[in-house]
Design a protein around this ligand. Sequence first.
Ligand SMILES: Nc1ncnc2c1ncn2[C@@H]1O[C@H](COP(=O)(O)OP(=O)(O)OP(=O)(O)O)[C@@H](O)[C@H]1O
Length: 306
Amino acid sequence: MAVIEVNNVFKSFGKTKAVNDVSFEVHKGRIFGLLGPNGAGKTTTIRMINYILSPDSGSVTLNGNIASPETQKVIGYMPEERGLYKKMKVLDQLMYLTQLKGMNSTDARKAIDYWLDRFEASDWKKKEINELSKGMSQKIQFIATIAHDPDIYIFDEPFSGLDPINSETLKEIIIELREKGKTILFSTHRMEQVEQMCDDICLFNQGEAVLTGNLREIKSSFGENTINLEFEGDSSFLDTLDNVRINNRSTNFAEIRVLDGQNMQDILKVAMEHAEIHKFERIEPSLTEIFISTVGEDNIKKGELV
Ligand SMILES: Nc1ncnc2c1ncn2[C@@H]1O[C@H](COP(=O)(O)OP(=O)(O)OP(=O)(O)O)[C@@H](O)[C@H]1O
C-alpha cells in the first residue's frame, strides 16, 4: 500500500482549475518531487494531502485512510507560508510546537538541541524570530517540522530562501530521513534539486500531472539524444545549428537536445571548426529538457523554470 495516494483529484477556485484530474502514489522510504512552474497546482495539491483544502472530487489517502484531522497528525508539514511567532524566542517556540505534536519536554529538548546543532544554530536559542534573517527562520521552521520525528514529511518549497551551503545541509538531511525509512514529498520549481534527490516525480503544468513515475525510468525512456558540450571560444556557432534545442547555455557550456533531422557527428564537426572542445558527451536529457519536450515550448512562461 502506498503511504500517500492521490486519486483523480480535482480542485477549482472560481474559474481556475488549480488541480485537474491528478493522480500519483508516494511509497515508503522514497523521496517524491512535485515539480512545475509557478501556479502549476503544487501547493493546492499539498494542501489537499494535508487536509487544509478538500478536493472537489477524487480522494487523498494516507496509509489507506482518507485525509482528515487524524491523518494530519502523522505528517510533518512545512507550508509555503512560513508560520512562526515573530515575538517568541527560538527555543521557546520550538519547545512549544514540538510538544504540541505530542513529544514530552525531555525528548523535545533533546531533539531540538540535536537539530539546532546540525544547522549550526545553537547560538540562536534566545533570539526572537524577528531578529533572524529569512534563511535563518526557514531553518527554525524546518526544525519545527521534523523534530517530533514523524514518518511522513511534506515540504512546500523547502529550499526557497536558503543559501547554497544551507541548501546542501537540507538536502543531506532529507536524504538521511529517507535512509531511516521515512517518506518524503516536497515541491520545487528547481529541476536540479529534483535530479539530485528524488526517486519519483510528478511533473505539473497548468493544474495537470503531465509526467509521473520513477525518475530514472522517465529519464532513460527519453533516450540518450542530448549532448553535453564544454568548449572554449566563440559560442555563436550554437545559433547556427538547425534542429536542436539548447538548454542550460552559458559561456563555455551547452546542453544540446538533438531533434529529428540533425545528427551528432555533424554537430561535433561544426563545434570543432569554431571552438576548442573540452567535452562532447552523449547523455540522457535533463529534466528541464524533458519538461519542455513534454509540455511544448509554447506552453511555458519564460523564466519560470530554473
Ligand atoms: N485560495 C485560492 N484562491 C484562488 N485561486 C487560488 C487559490 N490558491 C491557488 N489558486 C490558483 O490556483 C492555481 C494553482 O496555484 P498553486 O499555488 O497550487 O500553484 P503552485 O504550483 O504551488 O505555484 P507556486 O510555485 O507559485 O507556489 C494558480 O492559478 C493560483 O492562482
